[in-house]
Design a protein around this ligand. Structure first.
Ligand code: BES
Ligand code: ZN
Length: 649
């Protein structure tokens, strides 16, 4: 149930070739099965950034920003504390996208600031504009004064009418993968980690939060200061502003949300403190101070985002029965896998998302028991099994070999999440928890606050797991899991007794139309319903759909996970009764994972395509640029329009 939509956003673009940077082409190059051709690319090459961290690195960032809702603009300055790594380096290259650069200055040893020459290159569609600053004196501090564009890809601006309360405007950032550069000029690569401070001004009645030391008691006065003393990669830089109030869960945890949402959200996420404690018991202390959750408007394009100290979460998981709180377990797990130990390039996405999905499942098991955790693991495994075969061969590998280049966002698939988690389960299964748990804990400690590639993980696993406990896993097996295609034979398949019961119900109904007596399904969890829907054939007859709808009221469900499985089935099968509810769902929710499967199904027929376009026209003003980009791309592809390129996730 994790990431089924991610496949839709995937275009296996593997770019082979020499060591020149692959900036120019906007069109994707199809992966070739024989893509493992060696090139001279450096192992840690990040093709999604112009930055040159081997020459100079940002150590600390000091932001002074103003949030202007009328202009839909953030303006101010970013001051960098620099570490000049290479002796001959005298240029600072930053990533930017749609930014207006107003001034660049460097601090001299007498503390005076003087102008520096800079050049903003023409924009590349995917990567943005390279900002090259001449720093002949290799100043310790450099400051860029800039403003964002109203179309910044990493920001969404909502009018008061688009919020729950309707009184204040709202804005929030989504920096992963490469959108931080659209609101702060940065070395926008996870290879660089920096601490930061910020002074942010805004309209007085708006609360501003960041991925930093938010004070639950902060006075709402339009003037806020933040500090993030732990070094983070750029994709974890985050900001949000709106009519936000706080409600505690524990001493170190709580919920920020609009006033109308905060009580409901706090009740849904009441187990957060227990989740933190369970994770600490397995993997060591939570190292980030507070762990708060910010509930965003339904247009938030993701389920959750692990912004340090302040997870951003979609309201679509607040369904009243805590059945979708694995989202919180997931984002919390990133506090170890991803935020503490970070991939050094997004092509190692599995190290963040896969290890996190494994830890998520361990947290869920610890809080809600083995049966519940098994259901979630089985859903993920089934999903992967269904989709992996259709992927480009290269995309089926957990990690891309160091000698191969990929383009932005292309590693964000079920493979990273579900095959990654499965790989961890395989290791757990072979070594046993008594040895695997301390290994993973040791890994988080050993590489804490570092950004590393897959090859470093492999070496660490060889030294600390394979060699220490010989005869359990071979290097060839490790290699197959990481670089091989498909699902390895050695994958331990998770069996769920609950799902066996659901399968029996499913089969009986498909065989002769018998739905079980109410009691059998009355206690089903969301997960059992999801498994039931996933057991349906490609299409159902109109009569069958109507029978299911009459019995279970799927059409109009408030549960997005159910909706994302039911609506595509109705579209494929031809069941116009669901169309109004589909339109309402697609207009209300902007979470890509939930809505893209339905759009993808709609665009397959001329009538569906017309409906998709109509719905999009209604929804567009309320969608996030990331969501709009994905929907536009699916519609353009269906129409054979090659001028719209797949956006960067
Ligand atoms: N870090 C991801 C979201 C992300 C990944 C954004 C890559 C952009 C690029 C986040 O932790 C995540 O995985 N969210 C999932 C949650 C789910 C797996 C529980 C989502 O949004 O669906
Ligand atoms: Zn994640």
């Amino acid at each position: 149930m994790r990431s089924s939509i991610l496949t839709l956003c995937f275009a296996a673009a593997v770019v082979l070739g020499g060591c020149s940077r692959d900036n120019a082409p906007a069109a994707d190059t199809a992966a070739k099965p024989d893509a493992n051709v060696a090139t001279a690319a450096p192992a840690e090459y990040d093709s999604l950034s112009y930055a040159e961290p081997d020459k100079v690195r940002i150590k600390d960032l000091a932001l002074a920003l103003d949030v202007d809702f009328d202009a839909k603009e953030i303006s101010g300055s970013a001051t960098y504390d620099l570490d000049w790594v290479a002796d001959d380096a005298n240029e600072l290259v930053l990533d930017t996208r749609d930014l207006t650069i107003e001034k660049v200055v460097g601090e001299r040893s007498d503390e005076k600031w003087t102008d520096l020459k800079y050049e903003l290159a023409d924009a590349d569609k995917r990567l943005g504009s390279k900002l090259t600053i001449q720093v002949p004196d290799r100043n310790q501090r450099v400051r860029v004064t800039y403003r964002t564009s109203p179309e910044a890809s990493g920001l969404q601006w909502l009018t008061p009418a688009m919020t729950e309360g309707g009184k204040q405007p709202f804005m929030f950032s989504q920096s992963q993968q490469i959108h931080a550069r659209s609101w702060v000029p940065l070395q926008d690569t996870p290879r660089v980690r920096f601490t930061y401070t910020a002074h942010v001004t805004s309209p007085k009645d708006v609360m501003v939060l960041m991925s930093a030391d938010n004070d639950p008691k902060a006075e709402r006065d339009g003037d806020y200061t933040f500090a993030m003393p732990q070094a983070i990669p750029s994709y974890l830089l985050a900001i949000a502003a709106g009519d936000l109030v706080f409600k505690p869960i524990s001493d170190r945890s709580g919920v920020w949300a609009e006033p109308a949402m905060v009580a409901k959200a706090t009740a849904e996420f009441a187990d957060t403190e227990k989740m933190i404690e369970a994770t600490e018991a397995m993997y060591g202390p939570y190292r980030w101070g507070r762990y708060d959750i910010l509930v965003l408007p339904p247009s938030f394009p993701y389920g959750g985002m692990e912004n340090p100290r302040l997870t951003f979460a979609t309201p679509t998981v607040i369904v009243g029965d805590k059945s979708l709180v694995s989202l919180i377990a997931h984002e919390l797990a990133h506090s170890w896998a991803g935020n503490l130990v970070t991939f050094s390039s997004p092509k190692d996405q599995w190290m963040n998302e896969g290890i996190t999905s494994y830890v998520e499942n361990r947290i869920i098991e610890s809080l809600y028991g083995k049966d519940f955790a098994k259901m979630e693991a089985a859903i993920a495994q089934n999903e992967l099994r269904k989709t992996i075969g259709d992927m480009e061969p290269q995309a089926q590998a957990l990690a891309i070999r160091p000698d191969i280049h990929v383009k932005a966002g292309d590693t964000l698939t079920e493979v990273a999440y579900d095959k990654g988690a499965w790989f961890m389960m395989f290791l757990e299964h072979r070594f046993g928890r008594e040895d695997f748990d301390p290994f993973l804990r040791g890994y988080f400690d050993h590489f804490a606050f570092q950004s590393i590639p897959t090859t470093t993980f492999i070496q660490y696993a060889k030294d600390n797991l394979l060699a220490k406990h010989p005869g359990k896993v071979t290097e060839a097996e490790l290699d197959e899991w990481i670089y091989g295609q498909g699902i390895p034979e050695s994958a331990p398949v998770t069996k769920s007794p609950q799902f066996d019961a659901v399968d029996t119900v499913c089969k009986a109904w498909l065989d002769d139309g018998t739905l079980p007596a109410g009691d059998a399904t009355a206690k089903w969890s969301t997960q059992e319903w999801l498994h039931f829907l996933e057991g349906m054939p490609e299409t159902l007859s109109h009569e069958q759909l109507a029978a299911l709808d009459a019995a279970y009221k799927f059409t109009g469900t408030p549960n997005g996970e159910i909706a994302m499985r039911w609506y595509p089935l109705t579209v494929r099968s031809g069941y116009p009764e669901a169309n109004d509810a589909i339109a309402a769902f697609l207009e209300r929710v902007g979470r890509r994972k939930l809505i893209m499967p339905t759009y993808a199904e709609l665009v397959k027929t001329p009538e569906g395509l017309a409906m998709a376009e109509k719905v999009l026209a209604q929804a567009r003003p309320g969608y996030h640029p990331i969501t709009t980009g994905s929907v536009d791309a699916v519609i353009a592809e269906a129409k054979g329009d090659k001028s719209v390129t797949k956006p960067v996730d």
